[in-house]
Each structure stands twice: as C-alpha cells, then as structure tokens.
Write a protein that binds this ligand. Sequence first.
Ligand code: AMP
Ligand code: ZN
Length: 311
Amino acid sequence: MTDVLAPTALDLARLEFRDELLASGLLVGTSVPGIYGRSGDFERVIAGLDRILGEAFAALDATVLRFPPVYPRADFERTDYIASFPDLSGIVSSFEDGDREHRELLAAREEGRAYEGWLKPADVVLTNAICHPLYATLEGTLPSGGGTYDLSGYGFRHEPSFDPMRLQSFRMREFVFVGTPDAAQLYRDTWLDTSVALLASLGLAVQAVPANDPFFGRAGKMLVSAQLRENLKVEIIVPLYGDLHEGTAIASANCQRDHLTHAFDIRTTDGEVAHGACVAFGMERTVLALVRTHGTDLEAWPVDVRALLGL
Ligand code: AMP
Ligand code: ZN
C-alpha cells in the first residue's frame, strides 16, 4: 500500500526550488502559503519584463488603463465567477455596525472566538482576472474597429500552495481586444505568436499548448470540455522540473467569445454582441521561470537576456 501523504518527486522538486528562492532572498516568506515579499532584484526583473512587454505590443496602440486590485461587487455579480470558480474567489468583508456590535466583536475576539459574524460583505471584491474591471466599464457600443486595452495589476486567486509558482496574489499584464468575432479570433492567434517569440527570446523553453481553466465541480466539467474542444484557451508553458512535469503556464491567450461582453452588454457598431480576446502574462511566474532557467544570481544570466531586460 502506498502512503497517500508521501510527497511525490515533483512536490520535492517544488519545495527545493522554493527553498532556493527564499535562501537567495528573491522571495521573502510569510506565514501563509502563496504570499511572498519580493526583493529589489526580483522587482528589477519585473520592471524589465514590463517594459519589453509594452514594446512588443506597442503596435496595438492600446488604451492604457490601470485599476486597483479590488472592483465593485455588483460587477463581480455580472460575471459568473462565483459559479465557475467559487474556490478561487475573494470577497472583502468589513464592519458596518455601531459601538454595541463592536463591543460584542471585541468580547468574542478576547475569548478567542470567531468574530466574522460581525462583519458584512463590503461593496468590493478582490479582482481575480484583471480584465473583469475593464469589461465592466465598456457597457454600450464600442468604437468602430473595436477597442484594444493595455492592463496591469494584481489578481487574487485563493489557491494556497507550497509551489512557489502558485501564488495567491500576483501581477498580470494583459492586452485585451474587444470587437467583432473574427477580429477577436485573429487578435488572439496573432498576438499568441508574438508572445511565444518574446518569451523564447529570454531563453525560456516555451511551448504553446491547448489548456482549460480550473472550472469548479460537476457543472464545470462541461465548460472544461467545451474550452478544449473549441480551442478557446492556449497556455504558454515552460518545463521547470525536467521529466517530472510537462510545464507551468507563464502566460495565456484566450478567446472569451461573448462570455463577458454578453454579461456587460458590450456591442459592436453593427449592434451585435462583441467578442473579447486577451493575452495575459503572469509577471511573477515569468520571473520565476527565468530564475529557474538561468539561476538565482542575476549577474550570471546570459548577456543577451540581461541586455533585453535592462539588468
Ligand atoms: P489565467 O487568466 O488563468 O490564464 O492566468 C493568466 C496568467 O496568470 C497565467 O498564465 C499565469 O502566468 C498567471 N497565474 C495564474 N494563476 C496564478 C497563480 N496562482 N500564481 C501565479 N501566477 C498565476
Ligand atoms: Zn483576460
């Protein structure tokens, strides 16, 4: 009989990488898995990556928009995130009552009892996908030719893990197109190729593979098979642990079809519901893949990679 709790060789490889990152100071651990501080060196690579992404997508002449890491709960309700990914979501709660209830809360806390019952959901939720706040602002008719947007910000996904590539709070840079169905499909395919080439130029052994989102539960299985069958999601993966694992996604290129545009009633000039497409880069994941590939000492990275990143 095998012990179900015994770590696999892959678990051990991930733990070893995590230890290496903590020992080098690139990541600073906290008491919660998937929440780390990052060093100055780590941020220098993030900044270089951010810059070259902007340059690679400059031809889009995209509208630059930045949103905070929370957005209105009313907009979250218009997406079906809580149906598809209840386990990943993060609802903010706060205290809204008076002195009496506050005293009750403090008394419970003093006794070591749970006091969440005195908190209520606030009017914001943590942003899970940084394009959701954008879609929420686009209700109505798009300009002719559609819209192209350059987004960057923190996303939250409640997926605590000892795998240093699986964070709970991480940055994404996204280039989003909203327009006609054909233009959205063409956008996804074209910019996927650009993205693969850019990441390969950093010395990463990237590969583009069909993928699916981790839809929750029994109903989610149908969404997974539709996503794969219709090739709606492609991930750019990098192998990090030799033969132990096929690779970890550092970016994705997605056809959202009318999924969010329908929810937010976004239309093209011909009155039809628009289609959305996005290319999303995981900033920390990409830096970590670079560290895994080139080592924890940035000074020792290949000269061309250092030059590209401005290190
Ligand atoms: P997605 O919207 O799920 O395709 O995510 C876009 C990108 O964000 C992925 O390709 C990853 O690079 C990154 N990402 C997603 N989830 C996580 C996570 N838990 N930790 C770190 N990066 C993530
Ligand atoms: Zn997106």
